[in-house]
Design a protein around this ligand. Structure first.
Ligand code: DGJ
Length: 379
């Protein structure tokens, strides 16, 4: 009897070990189904990654089936990994509030592009995300903040807001602050309209209520200062906004980037003291050509470096849209471009496109790879 139990135990251990080995990943396959350690397609869209105490935490939108699956029906999901290839489902880090609760994040609102950063002085994990209030389409254009004592959550929702009410950008001439021209005076998309947008048409309109905040990213600089980068002004201009020391609010110091440039999906990283940003154009869920920029100061000026994607598929960023640039720990100058291949009619089936960022002549470059591993950074 004892021998039978022992033999059964051994065979279980062997098959678990064999299963673990078979299912363990050691490469990235952009655009394919990515299974978590339980064999379920990873559900973390529009995401970002936090590295904390030797573990990577991937946060993203939990999508559900069908086109209504683009709404926040569940919340923000978290996965953890030690090696970036194998991801364990850590559950829902920020759950939506109950339907009918009246909460800003109630079920059926829109919660997109969540990002988490760690504040060393408060020892809190801080999540920011794009929030659209239930039933208002993309009109609210707010950002929400939530906080937790643990990386994987649960996060407590604090509030949502439009940033920088009552403050002007640092790079905004005095004379533009009192211009009287309004939207009603202009033909949308005409050259004059575009010039007026670049000279603060929407900044003045939203001065009192706070600036719009849709697609967003976060960036923590070497000095610990954190920045919230968001598509504002009807998605026409990016705003780079400094966060308070506890990362829970805005200081009111902010800059406009690419005025009237129509950028979404901002992803910022730093290499050799320079700031780089990869963005997309604005075509809804459809992919378009990525853009890249460089600056010596995070508040600008930013210089365009053109489309970072090269080769076949470059004009639609290999059918994807940027969400985050992930610095690989322990490897110098190793950055992963993280992007989403959206599936708007069946949101849960969206895929992930991760590609290495390589530098040529001082510019970030992305080329398609069916399959790759971190070894590419060794060459
Ligand atoms: C493009 C944005 O990048 C996405 O996050 C999402 O907001 C869609 N637009 C909605 O159409």
């Amino acid at each position: 009897m004892k021998r039978t139990i022992l033999a059964w135990g051994m065979s279980c251990i062997l098959s678990i070990a064999a299963f673990g080995q078979d299912s363990a990943q050691n490469s990235f396959s952009p655009g394919k189904i990515w299974e978590d350690t339980e064999g379920t397609h990873i559900n973390a869209h529009g995401g970002g990654v936090l590295f904390h105490n030797g573990t990577y935490y991937w946060f993203g939108e939990h999508k559900t089936a069908g086109s209504s699956g683009n709404r926040a029906n569940v919340g923000v999901r978290c996965y953890s990994s030690a090696d970036l290839y194998n991801w364990k489902n850590e559950g829902v880090a920020l759950p939506v509030a109950a339907e009918g609760s009246g909460s800003d994040i109630e079920k059926g609102s829109v919660i997109e592009r969540p990002k988490v950063i760690y504040n060393a002085s408060t020892e809190k994990f801080v999540m920011w995300f794009h929030l659209e209030l239930k039933g208002q389409g993309y009109h609210a254009a707010r950002t929400g903040v939530a906080v937790s004592d643990r990386p994987e959550g649960p996060y407590t929702f604090l509030r949502s807001l439009r940033p920088n009410a009552g403050t002007w950008p640092v790079n905004f001439p005095e004379s533009w602050k009192s211009k009287k021209v309004t939207e009603a005076d202009l033909e949308a998309w005409s050259p004059t309209w575009k010039k007026e947008v670049a000279e603060g048409l929407f900044i003045r309109r939203d001065f009192g209520t706070g600036q719009m905040s849709r697609d967003m990213g976060l960036f923590v600089d070497d000095d610990g200062k954190a920045y919230h980068i968001h598509s504002a002004e009807e998605n026409l201009t990016l705003h780079i906004s400094e966060l308070t020391d506890d990362y829970l609010g805005f200081t009111g110091k902010w800059a406009v980037m690419e005025p009237a440039g129509h950028n979404e999906a901002p992803a910022l990283f730093k290499k050799d003291g320079k700031y780089y940003m990869i963005t997309s154009g604005c075509t809804g869920w459809d992919p378009n050509a990525a853009r890249s920029f460089v600056a010596d100061d995070i508040m600008g000026p930013w210089k365009s470096l053109g489309n970072p994607a090269q080769g076949e598929g470059a004009s639609i960023t290999f059918d994807s849209q940027s969400t985050y640039i992930l610095p690989v720990q322990g490897r110098k100058d190793a950055f992963i471009f993280m992007a989403d291949r959206w599936e708007p009619k069946n949101a849960i089936d969206g895929r992930y496109v991760w590609l290495p960022v390589q530098f040529r002549d001082g510019k970030p470059e992305l080329t398609w790879r069916d399959q790759w591993s971190l070894d590419v950074f060794d060459h």
